[in-house]
Every structure is written in structure tokens, then in C-alpha cells.
Design a binder for this molecule. Sequence first.
Ligand SMILES: NC(=O)c1ccc[n+]([C@@H]2O[C@H](COP(=O)([O-])OP(=O)(O)OC[C@H]3O[C@@H](n4cnc5c(N)ncnc54)[C@H](OP(=O)(O)O)[C@@H]3O)[C@@H](O)[C@H]2O)c1
Length: 238
Amino acid sequence: MSTVSGKAVLVTGANRGIGEAVVRELLARGAARVYAGTRRPLEHADERVVPLPLDVTDPGQIRAAAEAVESLDLLVNNAGLALLGDDLSDGAMLERHFAVNVFGTFGVTQAMLPALIASRGAVVTMLSTSSWANMPLLPGYSVSKAAAFSLTQGLRAHLAGRGVRVHAAIIGVVDTDMTAAFDVPKASPGAVAAAVLDGLERGEDEIFPDPASALIADAWRDGAFKAMEREYAALVAG
Ligand SMILES: NC(=O)c1ccc[n+]([C@@H]2O[C@H](COP(=O)([O-])OP(=O)(O)OC[C@H]3O[C@@H](n4cnc5c(N)ncnc54)[C@H](OP(=O)(O)O)[C@@H]3O)[C@@H](O)[C@H]2O)c1
């Protein structure tokens, strides 16, 4: 069964970068409704797009978004923050990363859970190769993405018995505003968006949507850490 065609999807950070590309790809694949969460007002030509004011650090906006969503099959936790000039000497910077990348993701996911449980839906969170190896140009960001990966594993274990699949997109460097300062090879947002949705269709726990991240896919899937995750998850399997 398709995870997209005819389905209702919410994308956070939907106005630019990978989020905007995911919205485009969802529409091309026949999504029935795309809730586009943004911090600034958004207008969209496609009538299937429903703009939602959604700063993921704002509990009131999260609550209002959950009330506005009639039904939901897929949540795309895409909103993310990466601050330049960080060297892990400033606790306030680390807190800002966590507020968006960890607690924002957590808050939106919790708010959307009743709808996702009702639809036996899915969550995918945009994570990073820096979830697994701290990238010292963005060290606090990397710490937060590592925490968000663990959050994803924990939610996967606890939501499996309630019929909700939880996926992680492990993404390399993509050509968006977030990486404008870095002169390295970059994947295109459109290709990454398409590959994330392909990975969802295949039911992959971890999705490796670009050439750089694909290099570690086999080592992860066949490795000791994934085996350990499954072993631990069995402790709470209903
Ligand atoms: N680009 C990469 O190389 C890369 C690699 C691995 C993972 N990722 C992840 O992929 C996701 C998208 O990244 P991107 O490259 O598209 O980033 P981007 O171009 O910097 O866009 C970030 C998006 O997140 C939104 N956002 C930031 N803080 C928010 C908040 N408090 N509430 C709601 N929305 C917020 C931004 O909204 P505003 O326009 O209002 O600021 C924007 O829509 C992020 O989670 C990122 O960590 C990206």
C-alpha cells in the first residue's frame, strides 16, 4: 500500500530547502492533502496544500496545528536548525539546537500521535550522518541530531505496538541554505526528497537518500548496532 498516494501528510519547515522539496514530491505522488507547517505565512498554488503556522518550539502553535489536522497518515519532521560559529563553548547555542531539533521534533510528534495511531500511520524524521559522527563544523547541531536519532529509535520501539512506523532519514550534505557556507559535494533537495519517500515505500527503518549516506547503509543495516537496537526493542514489544 502506498504511504503517500491519497494520504494526508504534515511537513514541518515546509517553506524552503528539503521541506519544500518534500512537499513538491508528495504532491507529484498524489498525496490527498499536505499540511505545510511554516513559521512565516505561506501561500501555495496547489489546493491540496493546507498552510499551518507552526514554529516547532511553540507549544501553542503545536496544539493548534494538532487541532487543525483532520486526519494524518504521515508526519515528516523536517524543521531543523544548524548554527554556524559553534565550537561547543556556549551552552545557549546547544540549547537552541535542542529546542528545534530534539524538543521540537518530540513535541510535534507527540501532538500528532492520536491522529497517527488512528490511521496506523508513520513518522519520518530528517536526521544526518552527523547523528553518528560529530561534524566539528556544526558540533552542537551534531549533538542534537545524535539525540534526535536516539529519540527516533525509542519512539520506534514504543509505537510499534500501536501501529505507527517510525523512520529515520540519515542524510549527507544537501544543497540548501543550511549548507551554503560549505564548499563540498552536495546532493539536490529534490533527489533527497524523492529518495526519502522511496525508502518509506520500502518500509526501511533507516533511509539513506543520497550518495554519501548510501555508503554507510549496508554497514548499518547488517551491523552490530542495528542488531542491538532490535534486541533492546524486544524488551518493550507487546
Ligand atoms: N542540508 C543538509 O545538508 C542536511 C543534511 C542532513 C540533515 N538535514 C536536515 O534536513 C532538515 C531540512 O534541512 P534543510 O537543509 O532544508 O534546512 P534549511 O534550508 O536551513 O531549512 C530549515 C527549515 O526548517 C525551518 N525551521 C527552523 N527552525 C524552525 C522552527 N523553530 N520551527 C519551525 N520550522 C523551523 C526553517 O524555517 P524558516 O524558513 O522559518 O527559518 C526552514 O523551513 C533539517 O532537519 C536538517 O537538519 C539537512
